[in-house]
Design a protein around this ligand. Sequence first.
Ligand code: UDP
Length: 344
Amino acid sequence: MKKKILVTGGCGYIGSHTIIELIQSGRYEVVSVDSNVRSTPETMDRVEKITGVKVKNYRVDICNGPAFFKIFEEHPDIQGVIHFAAFKAVGESIEEPLMYYRNNLGALANVLEACRHFNIKALIFSSSCAVYGEVQTLPVSEQTPMGQAFCPYAHTKQIGEEMIRNMMVPNPDMNALILRYFNPVGAHMSGLNGELSPDKPNNLVPIIMRVASGKQPSMTVFGDDYDTRDGSCIRDYLHVSDIADAHVKALDYLLEHRNEQQCEVFNLGSGNGVSVLEMLAAAEQVTGRKLHYVIGGRRAGDIPAIYGDSSRANTLLHWHCHYDVHDMMESAWKWEQYLDSKNI
Ligand code: UDP
């Protein structure tokens, strides 16, 4: 029998791709809760087109405890929760820190409360490599100590991890996995689901796609004077469907009681560092278009290079990346063209 999972933030970028992988595994049935303040309900139509399954989304703000708990009352057979719902824009979190603390931590408090009250034994939490702060040694492993958070968003992830650990102590039946993502990019390989960026995206791949599609004439590479192989910053990009697949494997791990600790941490990265200029070259190759860019100054808060050691997830979750940078660009490009064709 399929196990029922509640996904928070199911209409979001990683949430929706995870729902697709959960359904396609054949082992899970999904209920979603998403307020749609940073996403659209049409995402569930895209999920249905890809999987053939209609997923119910409750348009509820998780910070509203009673409305959120009602979902568990309606679905007493929920066995696990994957908690994605959170604000994630670094710059906005610096401008509006309280909004980030209230939303991200208030939502998590209600998720933990629900897990305790409704006896949910498996929780998966979206964290970020941002919890490591400025790292001195690479690659980053789960043992790398947390550094100073460089923005309130990263701080909410650090505090969130601590909240989960502290909740485990008086609740010995609860189990949680904390997944620290590196840079998820790309779209579903069908090109039918992807990231719906704000009008002015801040992240590299959506900006590259805007330039490739002619929505933006040119872009800036933030610095070519770093101490890296070509002078531009290095990050650990991984395909969104790979990260989604990791969540299925993480749930399997918890629900099969393979975890040794009540709360365990896993890095999710490809293990490869790729520079901004290398990403641009890959995008030019895939799109067949010349991308106009200028070299600008360094972006405040950027670290020269970060990439992860995900061998713990490889060994214990049996998770491996299937897609490379070419696939990331190809799927992002397909998705961009799909959005253009629909005037989105
Ligand atoms: N970047 C860039 N130009 C842009 C956007 C991003 O050169 O218009 C660089 C940025 O400096 C960083 C990398 O691309 O080195 C990835 O940035 P992104 O915001 O996607 O992710 P981050 O790792 O900063 O969370």
